[in-house]
Design a protein around this ligand. Structure first.
Ligand code: NAP
Length: 228
């Protein structure tokens, strides 16, 4: 068993989720940020990949006080569970990911993370699962999250994690905000990276919702069909 898994991503019109500088370029509009905040508030857990976690250090908290209060009124914690998928969990102890907001934190990692780092994470209440594989076993991680009570999981990138989850048929839905701008750049990350698939194995999507914002941004929601 696994949670309902949806990816949310913000891309430019040329499909980039950041510039070649990889500094977490702003893509979402204010209206889109409010949409993303609601998606977070409606989720049991929010997941990011290792590069996003270590390089961007996202807070992954619900920004709106009203949405946090709504969660509490429903008997939930203020913020959803934060989940990191990271091969070597060399996470700074003063990171925003670990420190910001009241939230339970779960890290899935491998034995490339030092015992000292694992102990340090556990001593501050982080739940750490160590997989004996070169990278985190995503199927196993989703099963563990389901057992921890996560029924609705929001994945917030990056492209490498997105692609692996899609390739393994672990994603139910994909939401994207397409901003009216272009970054270009061969090395600029796209919404789904990894090794890619040949045309015959394309992961097919069914558009279930679309919305055009006044600033020209577009929100697209797809159901993920199986590969061809
Ligand atoms: N616009 C947006 O919505 C958005 C959202 C999030 C991120 N971003 C951008 O995306 C970029 C980062 O994306 P990214 O593709 O480089 O990295 P990523 O997807 O954030 O992280 C991928 C890393 O996670 C680790 N990992 C461990 N087990 C894994 C598994 N089973 N499958 C996949 N990864 C696994 C790997 O580390 P090792 O390689 O060390 O094994 C892998 O390189 C940044 O520029 C960030 O700003 C944009």
């Amino acid at each position: 068993m696994k949670p309902f898994v949806f990816i949310n991503v913000a891309v430019t019109a040329d499909g980039k989720m950041d510039t070649f500088e990889r500094k977490g370029a702003a893509i979402s509009s204010a209206r889109d940020k409010a949409r993303v905040d609601r998606l977070r508030a409606e989720s049991d857990a929010v997941m990011v990949g290792g590069r996003t976690l270590l390089d961007e250090d996202p807070k992954l908290t619900v920004k709106s006080e009203a949405l946090r209060a709504e969660r509490v009124a429903r008997g939930l914690s203020q913020n959803p569970l934060k989940v990191g998928i990271v091969t070597e969990a060399d996470i700074r102890s003063d990171s925003e990911f670990l420190s910001s907001g009241a939230a339970h934190i779960v890290i899935f990692t491998t034995d490339q993370t030092s015992k000292a780092q694992i102990e340090s994470l556990r001593s501050r209440g982080v739940e750490v699962f160590v997989h004996e594989s070169p990278r985190v076993d995503l199927e196993k991680a989703l099963h563990t999250l389901y057992e921890l009570g996560v029924e609705r999981l929001m994945v917030e990138g990056g492209g490498t994690l997105n692609f692996e989850l899609l390739r393994l048929s672990l994603v139910d839905e994909l939401s994207m905000y397409v901003a009216p701008m272009i970054f270009g750049g061969e090395s600029a990350p796209t919404a789904a990276a990894g090794a890619g698939v040949a045309r015959g194995a394309a992961i097919l999507l069914k558009l279930v919702h679309s919305e055009v914002h006044e600033d020209g941004g577009v929100v697209l929601k797809y159901q993920v069909e199986r590969s061809t």
